[in-house]
Design a protein. Sequence first.
Length: 365
Amino acid sequence: MSYVINIQDSTDMAAHCHISNGSTFSTSVKNGSHHGRHTQSSDSGLGIWEIINPYFLHQWMPYFFFGEVVFMYSVGCFFALPRLYPETVHIHQVIGTFFLYEIVVNWWFIHRTDSSFKVSEYPKEKLATGPYPFEVPEIIQQNKLVPIIQAHINTSHYPYWQWSPCLSCKWWRPPRCHHCKLCGGCILKRDHHCFFARNCIGLKNLRYFLVFLFYTCVACAFTVFHGVNFLLQFYWADMSYLDLVPMLSFLRSILGSNTTLAQVGVMVIMGYGLLALSLLSFMHFIDACFSLVVGKTGFELENNIDVKDPRSVTKKLQSVFGPHWQYAFILPTPYFLSPAIEDPYNWSYLIPPKKKNPVIQLVDP
């Protein structure tokens, strides 16, 4: 696998990444910032979400998520549960509130925790003897983006498991550190960009993302169980199969001739929203758990990069959650109180792949 960055003219630069399976993606870069369309996978790693404008998702998905969660919590705890369990309603409300607390607090930590690479945080004793000097190549530093002849291209090779320059940040970055155009920086151990939290998932906030997904899945299962029970007890007799059609449910919720019909419409619409949230959360949680167990990031899985992590599952959990990983599922704590047992700069414990390493090629006129 190789990554080829092709400098084309004084104002525009295109990066073409050729993946070993034959797929290609491209992105347009102007004045050091990423713009344009990604047709496969890229350093920004937007994946399936690219069918919609990523900036739109980045701006509005958090509001959509919180609106759905707060609405379902309010309807469930203060409308459905009191009617379903009048004698034990407080127990169910406490359980639902605990799930809401875990979801919201972990979401906040995902949103506020910065996993970007900062030279100031790199060990000072390694600055002079690091794998690469902390100097930006002249072609990047002076922004010499001049036309070149394709037949006379000079390339500089940077193995995937060594430091390489970022054309956007104009700085060196360690292995597994990738640039995100939405966050505006290079993210250590970058997995993907989370639109729900408006932040990249990387070294320091992966723990919160996993706990967030876990409790979202549990809360969805809790809501589905009681929601179906509530629907069967109080509304099923007044429903028809046509009420399960989303558009008809929406019209009934607005134009219902009585309160019951309107409530049926709202319940069915909530059910579809809950189903979508459940499937999305469950798929992300399975993917995140698989990545943790095999010791790969989402970027490496997507691009089939060979990574072998010989550590035990316990060590891998500590590399995400810190030494006391068991407590992360009860009380979220700031990263500095329980830092991950990880080397985000050199990855010396990883077993080098037997086949040829992926190479990053920086094209230089």
